[in-house]
Each structure stands twice: as C-alpha cells, then as structure tokens.
Design a protein around this ligand. Structure first.
Ligand code: NAD
Length: 503
C-alpha cells in the first residue's frame, strides 16, 4: 500500500541542517569556500517534494585549476607527515563524522531522498568505520626486498627493494547514490597513502561532500589536502580528468561516462580506476526457505530504491518454486510503504531527481510493451520523484528489465531449470559487478561462486560491503578494486630500487 506521510511523523530537522541548506555554496578550495569564475548556480532539490533546498556554484575549468593547484601545493606537506600523524588526522575525521552523524544523515536524506534509517546506519555509521579502517593503513604501507641475479659488476650482488610512494594529486568523481560514503571511499584511502585530492560530487547531491570538507579542516588536516568542486560532469568533471597536473582519476558512476573518462585520462597517461554500473543477477534454487529469505531479497532489490550499483535487478528462480516466489514477492512489494526520507516508518523513498524518475518510467514503459508487469509500473499520484516498486515477468533477454541497468525499484524474475542455466543467463551480460546464489546446498553454492562472472559473489546474502573486502567489477563494470589492501595499489606508485653491494 502507498500512503501519504503526515508531517508529524517526520524527523525534526536540526537547526544546523536548515542553516547549511540556506547557504549558497562555493567550491571548497585551500580550506575555504570560494566563489570565483562563475556566476552560474546549480539548484539542489529535495526529491521528496521536488522543491529547491539549496544552491551551489557550477564550477568550471578555472575553479578546477585553482583546486588542483591547491592540492598540488598541499602535497609535500601531507606526503611528508609521519604516517602516524596522517593516521591520527583520519581518526579525528572519523570522530567528527560520528559527532556530526545526525546532521550528516539528515543532509544526505533530504538531498538524496533515501531513508534516514539508511543514512544513519549505512551512510554515516559505515563511513565512520570506513575512515577508521583506512586510517590504520597509513602506518602499514610497505614494499618488499628482492634478491637479484644481475651479474654485473663482477664480485657484486645487487640488492633490490621497492618503495610505495603516494601517486600524487587525485581527482575523484562521485555519483549521487551514496554521495558522502563514496566520496569517503576515495578521500580516506588517498589520504592514508599520502595523496591530496580534489572531489567532484554529483551535481544532484553535492551537500554532504561540502560539509565533509569543513570537517576535514576541523580534524586538523591541512588546507588544500581535500578540495571539493561542485559542478556539472561535462564542465568540472571533464576539466578535472583533463588537467595535466592530476596524477590519478578515481571515478564511480555509469559505464558510459566511465569509458569516456578512461579515454580522456589516457591523453595525459593519468592513472585511472573505474567503478561502474551493474545489472546484477540473484539466483534462487529450489531448496530455499522462501519466507526466511524474503527480507534479504527485498533489501537486495530495493535498498535505496534500487539505486545501488550492486543491487539485484535480475532474479533467476528455480521453476519448481517460481509461481509461489512471484506471488510472495509481489505481495511483499505491495506492502511497502512509500514516503519521504525523513519518515523513519517508510520503506520506499523517492528517486534522486526528476530526470532520473523520467528515465526509469520510460524504461518501464518499454519493458511493459513485451512483458507482464505484476505490480507497480507507475509514478504514484503525489509530488516528489517517487516510482512504485515494479515487478516484471515473462521478459525476454532484450527487455530493459533484464538487459539494462535501470537503477531504480524495478526487477525482473525469470524461471530457470537449474543452476547451470541460471549461471549462463547471469553471465550473458556486459556487466559483471556483483551476483548472489541463494541455496542451502554447499556444492551448488561453490559451483555458483566459481562460475559467476562478477567482482563480488554473495551466498544467501546480497549487497553488504566491508572496508576489508575488495570491491569492483569484471567486464564493463569497471577497472580496479576499492577497499582492502588493494587500495594501496590504487593510490601509490611502485618504485624499484637497485643497489650493487660489493663482495
Ligand atoms: P554518472 O556516470 O552519470 O555520473 C557520475 C559522476 O560523473 C557525476 O559526478 C557526474 O557529474 C560526473 N560526470 C558526468 N559526465 C562527466 C564527464 N564527461 N567527465 C567527467 N565527469 C562526468 O553516474 P550517476 O548517474 O551519478 O550514478 C549512477 C551510476 O553509478 C550507476 O551506473 C551505478 O551503477 C554507478 N555506481 C557504481 C558503483 C560501483 O562501485 N561500481 C557505485 C555506485 C554507483
């Protein structure tokens, strides 16, 4: 059932959130907010009602140039700090994020649209854990010593070792689905490795990154180490990628833009890592206990309204339980309560923007032409960027619900004869970000893990990520891995050293 939310049920907005929204935000460069080369502003919306809630500048090339210069100047200062001091700064930042947790959770919820339960538990609490985890790595960066066989000069043995050095100035381009968390997935490891950074948040959701930049200064991190340039991708984003003084681009977003960024970065041999889209399969075998797994399945598909790169959107379900599965899932979906992010009792919130809800609606309309929509399929009759949770069945491989990353609350369910058929259908995709197998049979689970072409495979679970678990995509879902010790490769250059030692 879809309900309107009485305002009395909404979380009371903190005065500091209201004050932050009232500001017109410049870029955050060299430790302060600056408004420079542009008088163009970007309206920032509340997806729950479609109203403008704040404004930022639309940074252009000159602003980006200034931000990169600031990061370049700060590089020797930050790089040369003792690792333990960098670690301490990052711990202080994690404490400040925790102390300002409710403020950040509200800002994210109001701007992105997602549930306050989600922003408190995932965006804020997850970010605190993440920054702490990465702080610990600052003191654990290491190289190796190598025994070498070089035969010259005579009567000498050559000793080799490797050093890991900060890659330099990082340009980070961030999407709108986890604006603060994904910004920190780039800021925290870059800083742990001794890099400085310029962050370009999504034009739809710039607010928490700008607030974070203020907390960075409060944490004692020198000005210029973290800069934030709010702006459009085609202006500020492209200028950052093309800037010759940026050493590394780390991008999270769509495959289409990621491809463009990779090509552009190569012009300057700028290193790059791409975390891109997914069309993630979820396989349910015949032995599962349906009522028991239903809450996990709903989270897999509808967390953040399906606006999660790893969300499950193609479900392959064993034929023997298919009819009951579709009926139970449709029943659970119809019971979801729709409401704004600040209503803690709502299950489904608005999508991020008017443009995005239009795109989702268009894809669902196309899907419905050749397949059956069991539930949902339309925008509810209320203001804001809402879309009903939508279940599509009898869809062929070319149907958008099976083929395209819709990035909304839209899933397809397809019957399968066995695990092998499910794996073949799962792998018949240009994407390979994530997948899951739901079964109590150990052998099936292991076969699925090995056969699925995906950067992450869960068993009887879907979506949880951990700072210590590498995350990234096979195929067109990306290049590189975030999290874990792999991040050290992302944010450092490897230097080989060779010294002849006379015998
Ligand atoms: P998007 O690709 O449209 O935009 C991402 C960012 O790139 C934004 O900041 C945008 O302004 C910027 N951008 C756009 N054009 C640019 C250009 N020409 N040069 C430089 N920057 C440019 O993606 P989105 O709609 O914001 O986010 C949704 C997408 O992100 C989905 O495809 C989703 O799967 C993906 N995503 C992937 C992961 C992952 O870890 N693999 C995580 C979250 C989201």
């Amino acid at each position: 059932m879809l309900h309107e939310t009485p305002s009395a049920q909404l979380v009371e907005v903190l005065p500091q959130v209201t004050a932050f929204l009232k500001r017109t935000h410049g870029a955050f460069i060299d430790g302060k907010s600056v408004t420079l080369s542009t008088d163009r502003l970007i309206d920032v919306y509340n997806p729950a009602d479609g109203n403008v809630i704040s404004r930022t500048i639309a940074a252009k090339e000159d602003d980006v140039r200034l931000a990169v210069s600031s990061a370049r100047r700060a590089l020797p200062v930050w790089r040369d700090l003792r690792p333990a001091d960098r670690e301490r700064c990052l711990f202080r930042l994690s404490e400040l994020i925790e102390a300002h947790g409710e403020e950040l959770a509200q800002l994210e919820s109001i701007n992105q649209g997602k549930s306050i339960n989600h922003t408190r538990a995932i965006d804020v609490a997850g970010s605190v854990e993440y920054v702490r985890y990465m702080a610990g790595w600052a003191t654990k960066i290491e190289g190796s010593t190598l025994d070498l066989s070089i035969p010259i000069p005579p009567d000498t043995r050559n000793l080799g070792f490797t050093l890991r050095e900060p890659v330099g100035v990082v340009g980070a381009i961030v999407p709108w689905n986890f604006p603060m968390m994904i910004a920190l997935w780039k800021i925290a490891p870059a800083l742990a490795c001794g890099c400085t950074i310029v962050v370009k948040p999504s034009e739809d959701t710039p607010l928490t990154a700008l607030r974070l930049a203020e907390l960075v200064i409060e944490a004692g991190i020198p000005p210029g180490v973290v800069n934030v340039v709010p702006g459009y991708g085609r202006d500020a984003g492209a200028a950052l990628v093309e800037h010759p003084d940026v050493n590394k681009i780390t991008f999270t977003g769509s495959t289409e833009i990621g491809r463009r960024i990779g090509i552009s970065a190569l012009q300057n041999m700028t290193r790059f890592a791409l975390e891109l889209g997914g069309k993630n399969p979820l396989i349910v075998l015949s032995d599962v206990d349906l009522p028991q797994i239903m809450p996990g399945l709903m989270g897999a598909c509808f967390l953040n309204q399906g606006q999660v790169c790893a969300a499950a959107s193609r479900l392959y379900v064993h034929r023997s339980i298919y009819d009951r599965f579709v009926a139970d899932l449709a029943g659970a979906m119809k019971g979801l309560k729709l409401g704004p992010g600040l209503d803690p009792s709502a299950d489904i919130q608005p999508l991020v923007s008017r443009a995005h809800v239009d795109r989702v609606a268009a894809l669902v309309e196309t899907a419905g032409r050749t397949a059956e929509i069991v539930t949902g399929g339309r925008r509810p009759d209320r203001s804001g960027f809402y879309f009903e949770p939508t279940l599509v069945i009898n869809a062929d491989a070319e149907n958008p619900s099976v083929r395209d990353e819709i990035f909304g609350p839209v899933i397809s369910v397809t019957p399968i004869a066995d695990l092998e058929e499910a794996v073949a259908l799962s792998n018949a995709s240009r994407n390979g970000l994530a997948a899951s197998v739901w079964t109590n049979d150990l052998n099936s689970a292991l076969r699925g893990i090995q056969a699925l072409e995906a950067g992450t495979v869960w068993v009887n679970s879907h979506i949880p990520v951990d700072p210590n678990l590498p995350f990234g995509g096979f195929k067109q879902s990306g290049i590189g891995r975030e999290h874990g010790r792999q991040m050290i490769e992302q944010y450092t250059e490897l230097k080989s050293v060779c010294i002849p030692v006379p015998r």
